[in-house]
Design a protein around this ligand. Sequence first.
Ligand code: HMG
Ligand code: MG
Length: 301
Amino acid sequence: MGLPEYVKIVEVGPRDGLQNESISVPTSVKIELIERLSKAGLSVVESAAFVSPKWVPQMADHAAVMAGINKWPGVSYPALVPNMQGLIAALAAGVSEIAVFSSASETFSSRNTNCSIEQGLARFDEICVVAQAGGVRVRGYISCVLGCPYEGSVEPDRVADIAAELLRMGCYEVSLGDTIGTGTPGKTRSLIEVVAGRVPLKNLAGHFHDTYGQALANAYSALECGISVLDSSVAGLGGCPYAPGASGNVASEDLLYMLNGMGIETGVDMDRLISAGNFICNFLGRPSGSRAARAFAANRT
Ligand code: HMG
Ligand code: MG
């Protein structure tokens, strides 16, 4: 299969990135980060999570973030929703797109959402009905598609079952999450071949964490399989509080550098993306996790 001409980059830094920070990030900083990411030309900026503040304190200001952001035309600002309580809060905050999150591992499902995979899917079924009735689009995530921090290897058929179920409920897209970054390009390909045997490729996205330095290679493998939607995190921020030791997603700047180099359109401006990454790294007081951003900075001085 040929490589896609256009790739949609789903920026998850303000959510997947900041959910894992040990220092508290003020709402105003999140809002400014989201503004800069919008200005960079990203068409999707995942901005918040309507999850329990006891479980993930960094996302506690979800409603204030959604109220404070400047919603650019043509840009979607999805928020994670784990249950009906989260959906009600998200709807009240004026969210127009949500993301539900399942897992291909029972133990991870229980640690991350305090319920079994089946219980989680039953919740999402109801959430999809209510969300869609209110004109809210729903994206689906599946975690641990290439390995679980508690159970080890995961069966691709299990991932395919859950992807089919999420699409049946009405999710417009399912993002395959390598939560702990243990995947390699061959395993990524094998997984996508199995999942794409059951659901349309056009409804799949790749979400690769970079714990073992494989995220960009896995993203390329996904592109070769025909996937044209990739999640990434500015400055490589991120991880999951319930996946100990997992690092951030593939850095958006690194992904963009690769796509630009291959002549694949994204609509994203590198300088503005780097500026967004610099902004949040300055606040966090650490260097960017993006190799491309660091290389551009070094070559300009
Ligand atoms: P629970 O404790 O089973 O919930 O948590 P509960 O229904 O029993 O309620 C207990 C308390 O939580 C109650 O408060 C509820 O009001 C409150 P109390 O009476 O004790 O004061 N509560 C809520 N508060 C705010 N918003 C809500 C909400 N629901 C209940 N929506 C729950 C279940 C799902 C809520 C919890 O486990 C949770 O919030 N989990 C979220 C974990 C999370 O955010 N993980 C990171 C995101 S997933 C990820 O990063 C992976 C991804 O990037 C893809 C990949 O990389 O693979 C997407
Ligand atoms: Mg993630």
